[in-house]
Design a protein around this ligand. Structure first.
Ligand code: THU
Length: 134
């Protein structure tokens, strides 16, 4: 598939700023919201390793900080042999702000791309409805 060129450019640009002294694995993410705005994020590691944050989480934080909460499309890129998939935690974070049919494009820096949906990435997601009896 052909990735969206604007999201690909945004994610590739922000990936350069990833702070990755521990893994050396730079990731970039870009979100388009339903309003048409684009938000970017990169991974930010920490010497206390679990405190690091993923690129997707950074892009989501930028979106919410700007007052938006509805993802229309998201793209993730890394220098990976195969299109880089969001980690489990990021799948749940994306699902918080995206419908099941939203396109998630996984990319490599050498031009491979794979399109998946939120439902593909997180079947059976935990949702607010599961707390209906609470
Ligand atoms: N990483 C992301 O930024 N997004 C993902 O979905 C996968 C993993 C980052 C976290 C860490 O900085 C590095 O990649 C290696 O796990």
């Amino acid at each position: 598939m052909q990735p969206d060129p604007i999201l690909l450019g945004a994610a590739s640009d922000v990936r350069q700023n990833a702070y990755v002294p521990y893994s050396r694995f730079k990731v970039g993410a870009a979100i388009r919201t339903v309003s048409g705005s684009v938000f970017k994020g990169c991974n930010v590691e920490n010497v206390a390793y679990p405190e690091g944050t993923c690129a997707e989480a950074g892009a989501i934080a930028a979106m919410v900080a700007a007052g938006e909460t509805q993802i229309a499309e998201i793209l993730v890129i890394a220098d990976s042999p195969e299109p880089v998939p969001p980690c489990g935690g990021c799948r749940q974070k994306i699902a918080e702000f995206a419908g099941q049919g939203v396109l998630v494009t996984l990319c490599t820096t050498d031009g491979k791309a794979r399109g998946m949906t939120v439902a593909d990435l997180l079947p059976g997601a935990f949702a607010a409805t599961h707390m209906d009896r609470a």
